[in-house]
Design a protein around this ligand. Structure first.
Ligand SMILES: Nc1ncnc2c1ncn2[C@@H]1O[C@H](COP(=O)(O)OP(=O)(O)O)[C@@H](O)[C@H]1O
Ligand SMILES: [Mg+2]
Length: 305
């Protein structure tokens, strides 16, 4: 049980007229080696939830546990009899010795991660994180090289400027920067926004690869074909609450839920469902992509059951 959230609430600008509740009573567990999708409309709370997974945000109430590290509010700071959350958070953040450990366990890749690239060579940029976490120069370089191999960038990239790479390559450098800190859990917040179709495809192959290499993946996305192809669990958020915690297979068959929450199933899944409605004995649990659907059709046509 590497990550557990218990009754987490979070409100932006708490106790101010412009306050906005973003998370409400969130209780979730993310197991070892999971591949979980986080979906929901814009503004449903995905990014806010994600920022709780490595202590970038702390809950107003409830608790977040990451491995043995617990994030909650043991001390209440009061001002004029009222709980002063801003002060509490400031104090708490400063005092959190576990934040560094947590950031080593959970790596977050935000939208447009390439904006965080700043060093003049790829190798320098990727080794920055481990150096910051106290590694020696040599250790940091070694970790950086390993991370670059994981994202399929070879030696020829080491001394290049990250700024002259393609969009997809830049994003891989940014991810390598996170991987170099050797997190067990990789959280990605709509990571393919702004990439072209080929860049997106390569990127999702990469995430699948990282999962196969043992990383846990938590992925916020609007791309339902990706959810179907890669994820084994899907969590749907709506107005800061978890409204469904299920599998892609169950979600995409639940027509009532889909229409009430404006989620479009992937075309390949809808197509498979129409074939079933027309009497073809397709096994929906085998459908992940066009090629698996083709295999199913061939199986049915070939008469093999
Ligand atoms: N920095 C912020 N200040 C105030 N409100 C915010 C801030 N960030 C997000 N919100 C609000 O919190 C809610 C959840 O936002 P967010 O977590 O970004 O959702 P999502 O990632 O699903 O689009 C939205 O109503 C959004 O407007
Ligand atoms: Mg978001």
């Amino acid at each position: 049980m590497p990550i557990q959230l218990n009754q987490v609430y979070y409100t932006y600008n708490l106790n101010r007229p412009d306050s906005k509740r973003a998370l409400e009573d969130i209780s979730l567990t993310f197991d070892d080696h999971c591949f979980t999708a986080l979906i929901g409309k814009t503004g449903s709370g995905k990014s806010t939830l994600i920022q709780h997974l490595n202590a970038l945000l702390l809950p107003d109430s409830g608790r977040v546990q990451i491995n043995e590290h617990v994030l909650d509010f043991p001390v209440q700071v009061k001002k004029n009899g009222k709980v002063n959350y801003r002060k509490m958070k400031k104090l708490h953040k400063k005092k959190l010795p576990q934040v560094k450990e947590i950031r080593k366990t959970v790596g977050i890749v935000f939208q447009f991660p390439e904006y965080q690239i700043f060093e003049e060579t790829v190798l320098k940029d990727v080794s920055f994180g481990p150096k910051n976490f106290g590694c020696t120069e040599e250790e940091a370089i070694e970790k950086a090289k390993k991370a670059l191999t994981m994202v399929h960038l070879d030696e020829s990239f080491y001394e290049r400027s990250p700024f002259e790479l393609s969009g997809g390559e830049k994003r891989r450098v940014a991810i390598a920067g996170i991987l170099a800190m050797e997190p067990d859990i990789l959280v990605l917040d709509e990571p393919t926004v702004g990439l072209d179709v080929r860049g997106q495809r390569e990127f999702f192959h990469l995430i699948q690869d990282l999962y196969d290499q043992g990383k846990s993946i938590i992925l916020a996305t609007h791309q339902m074909d990706v959810v179907l192809r890669t994820c084994s669990r899907v969590i749907v958020l709506d107005q800061g609450k978890v409204v469904l915690d299920s599998t892609p297979l169950k979600l995409f068959q639940d027509k009532e839920f889909l229409s009430s929450s404006s989620i479009e199933p992937p075309i390949v899944f809808s197509f498979a469902m129409s074939l079933i409605e027309r009497g073809m004995p397709i096994r929906l649990e085998n459908i992940r992509s066009t090629s698996t659907l083709a295999e199913e059709i061939a199986r049915v046509k070939g008469g093999k059951q």
